[in-house]
Design a binder for this molecule. Structure first.
Ligand code: DC
Length: 221
């Protein structure tokens, strides 16, 4: 049966490419809503960590997943009613989320929630598998890339404004770890959907990326 076309923008790409900032701004311009699926995986990693549940503990994992209530209101993320926007961005959660997001049982639960949210249309959704797995339906799909150095450099500058002492090399090494894990995992690896258009933002500003996506959507939406 052919999949129903959706009024949705699926924005996939590697870590640090600026997907969330671009997606949020595109959503504002179109008067659409924005769904940050990475935040959902991060909130799940935090919930498992807090419940002290290991993957080997099948029952524990099932219990945490069954009680998981993740919401996004504006720019804030909530886990079972608690604002966890800062807690999900710590280096610890950034490490923990890699194995959590590679787990098929976790993905099954979160993908179902993402589909339920996006089915109404009018969403900009960013992640790694949005155009390939979550919404294989015909819709506006963009695979955003930038060179590893450009991504690490942007992250380095952003972290410096937050008072971080991490070096450029440390940031690049961590990014390489995440790129490798995301693109080689067995379940829903990071890859461009066949019907997605690739946008290399290495030498583009954020404003240019946002304008490009809005224009692409208007022409081919
Ligand atoms: O985009 P981010 O760094 O906030 O994502 C957090 C983690 O979740 C990262 O390890 C990739 C993973 N992720 C995923 O596997 N699938 C998605 N749709 C979104 C994020």
């Amino acid at each position: 049966m052919p999949l129903v076309p959706l009024s949705l923008i699926a924005l996939d790409g590697p870590s640090g490419v600026g997907k969330s900032t671009a997606a949020r701004r595109v959503a504002q311009q179109l008067d659409w809503q924005y769904l940050d699926t990475g935040a959902m995986y991060r909130a799940t990693a935090l919930a498992l960590h807090r419940a002290n549940v290991a993957f080997a503990d099948r029952e524990g994992l099932k219990r945490v997943l069954a009680s998981l209530r993740i919401e996004q209101r504006g720019t804030r993320s909530f886990l079972n009613g608690e604002d966890v926007s800062e807690a999900i961005r710590t280096p610890e959660v950034t490490q923990l989320v890699t194995p959590v997001s590679a787990d098929a049982r976790v993905r099954e639960v979160l993908v179902e929630q993402q589909r339920a949210i996006g089915a109404s249309g009018g969403w900009v959704v960013d992640g790694r598998d949005i155009g390939t797995v979550v919404f294989p339906n015909p819709c506006c799909k963009i695979f955003l890339t930038a060179s590893a150095e450009a991504r690490a450099q942007r992250r380095f500058l952003e972290m410096q404004t937050k008072g971080s002492t991490l070096t450029f090399d440390e940031i690049l090494t961590d990014q390489q770890r995440r790129d490798h894990a995301d693109s080689t995992r067995a379940v829903a690896p990071l890859k461009k959907a066949e019907d997605a258009v690739a946008l290399d933002s290495t030498s583009m500003t954020l404003d240019q990326v946002v304008a490009w996506i809005v224009e692409h959507h208007r022409r081919h939406g």
